[in-house]
Write a protein that binds this ligand. Sequence first.
Ligand code: DAK
Length: 259
Amino acid sequence: MAYELVEVRTEGGKVGIVTLNRPKQLNALNNQLMDELGAALRAFDADEAIGCMIVTGSEKAFAAGADIGAMATYTFADVYKGDYITRNWETIRSVRKPVIAAVSGFCLGGGCELAMMCDFIIAADNAKFGQPEIKLGIIPGAGGTQRLPRSVGKSKAMDMALTGRMIDATEAESCGLASRVVPLDKLMEETLGAALMICDYSQIAVMAAKESVNRSFETGLADGVMFERRMFHALFATTDQKEGMDAFVNKRKAQFKHQ
Ligand code: DAK
């Protein structure tokens, strides 16, 4: 697929990087961009050589939300019947390998929701997160009212959704929205470091860890723990478990084969 609104590249032959690229609109998300992002992520997910993905934007904006100009004249019938702002918004959830959001600058509305659909967020110290939809007479519509409280708790989520205020990277880290904050000029280096580290682990164990953590958001504790236990049991059928434990016992570095 030819990409216009995202840039796609790999690093070290194993990390797939998708950079949102609509700079004049602060990476405002439209159908074409979301189609391209979805296609790029699906292609990386299917590529045996790729172990982890990164979604990022520009220094000024990860994404300033869905494209307001495109939405401005839509009617209820348009959005309810059509596939605008529904297609491909959830592709990222079906990707089985890890996806890290490397966020700098504005990360607002649908942009914040997109970042929250990634597996974790590494924020540059200039990042600003927010759900400002209330200022437009709407509410978050791509999971913000559901994922944000699960991430930061009810009080902070209500504060953000009802006032529309932005929080900075420090506040985002302290409330659990971002996993870490790094200086802007170290954002890609730090995120790549995390991605390459993940690539070197057993891909099967990595996928099982991702699936198990995600299950915790969809189920009760007893069922979730049982799911985790069965996953744990299953990993003893892999060559990588034998390799990982043998390497530890023999004080050498494990060479995982992803089998
Ligand atoms: N859409 C379209 N254009 C945008 C934009 C956006 N969200 N954000 C910024 N831009 C454009 C501006 O219009 C401006 O264009 P020109 O005037 O130069 O042509 C250019 O980007 C630079 O923006 P500013 O001049 O405003 O730059 P500033 O530094 O002064 O301000 C800002 C930056 C990020 C604070 C400001 O641009 C801003 O407040 N932007 C809007 C943020 C916002 O309200 N975001 C939420 C949008 S609603 C769903 C999926 C998704 C959604 C809903 C449902 N489903 C799957 C059902 C999502 C909804 C939303 O995200």
